[in-house]
Design a protein around this ligand. Structure first.
Ligand code: NAP
Length: 285
């Protein structure tokens, strides 16, 4: 039996702490933080993420504006909206829900958001500062993973960590944050030879692939800590599931995150934290 790392519970308590803090802001600063989320098109996954972000904002007391645009919006029009929001002093955080339609260059859109308002931590300036260990806005999912590990009292320093996945959103930044915590980090990907051999060396295994139940029990060392970032539909049950075969690995791991209720709630929680940080940096300048 392993310890189930409950991201839902941790996110709830962190949101309550943030709400108590935000409740003092109107008196202190004259207003609360304002997050603007831009949703392009009607992809059901994106709609559900944007709804979750609005709900969390409400819980924490952050003002949330969602701008919905048709999937046919031109890149130029989208960049124009971002330029207006960058110039708007009443806006503290800007988030463009990804993925964007194919005719829009996501990298260009991300780079167009002011780095000071980039609550996702995806702007090139924030990415550079993460790798240079300079103050920056950290990407939400990797930041949430570190918080989960710390809350579960998992020792990171000196541990062998294997991260499967090397995306800009999860795999790469979480690897850097783990390195900052003094782990010995191996990054595996689709071209890694003998993946199971690599993952069996991990004291902490972070999986961010996007394939249902890809990681099986034989790929995990007895007593390892397993962090499952994946959000997938189980092809058989159609229920939400992670990248890890939870039922098979849970008895073997010392600690493991469930899906849902693990990393996901922490991502939204860290988005709220980032919005508050952007607001405070501006107010306390
Ligand atoms: P991504 O951009 O598609 O990257 C997937 C990574 O997995 C790539 O680096 C890829 O390797 C690697 N990969 C794919 N197949 C593999 C295989 N057979 N063996 C080893 N590595 C393999 O995905 P992402 O954005 O990082 O997201 C990963 C998962 O996390 C998705 O399920 C996503 O929905 C979920 N997610 C969850 C949250 C949350 O808050 N819970 C947040 C973000 C993402 P190559 O680089 O070689 O192609």
């Amino acid at each position: 039996m392993s310890y189930i790392i409950n991201g839902k519970e941790l996110a709830l308590s962190l949101k309550q702490e943030m709400a108590a803090n935000v409740a003092t802001f109107t008196e202190k600063y004259g207003r609360v933080p304002h997050l603007v989320v831009i949703l392009v098109g009607e992809d059901p996954g994106s709609v559900s993420y944007v709804t979750g972000k609005a709900k969390a904002s409400e819980e924490v007391g952050i003002k949330n504006t969602t701008i919905r645009k048709e999937a046919t919006i031109s890149e130029e029009e989208l960049l124009g909206i971002i330029a207006d929001l960058n110039a708007d002093d009443s806006v503290d955080g800007i988030l463009v829900q990804l993925p964007l339609p194919k005719h829009i260059d996501s990298d260009k859109v991300i780079a167009a958001i002011s780095a000071e308002k980039d609550v996702d931590g995806f702007h090139p300036m924030n990415v550079a500062n993460l790798w240079l260990k300079q103050p920056c806005t950290l990407p939400c999912t990797p930041k949430g993973i570190i918080k989960l590990l710390k809350r579960a009292n998992v020792e990171i320093a000196g541990k062998d960590v294997v991260v499967i996945g090397r995306s800009n959103i999860v795999g790469l930044p979480v690897s850097k944050l783990l390195l900052n915590e003094n782990a010995t980090v191996t990054i595996a990907h689709s071209r890694t030879k003998d993946l199971a051999e690599v993952t069996r060396r991990a004291d902490i295994l972070v999986v961010a692939i996007g394939r249902p139940k890809f990681v099986t029990a034989d790929m995990v060392k007895e007593g390892a800590v397993v962090i499952d970032v994946g959000v997938n539909r189980d092809p058989e049950t159609k229920k939400l599931c992670g990248d890890v075969d939870f039922a098979a690995i849970e008895p073997k791991a010392s600690a493991i995150t469930p899906v849902p209720g693990g990393v996901g709630p922490m991502t939204i929680c860290c988005l709220m934290e980032n919005t508050i940080e952007c607001f405070l940096r501006k107010m306390e300048k």
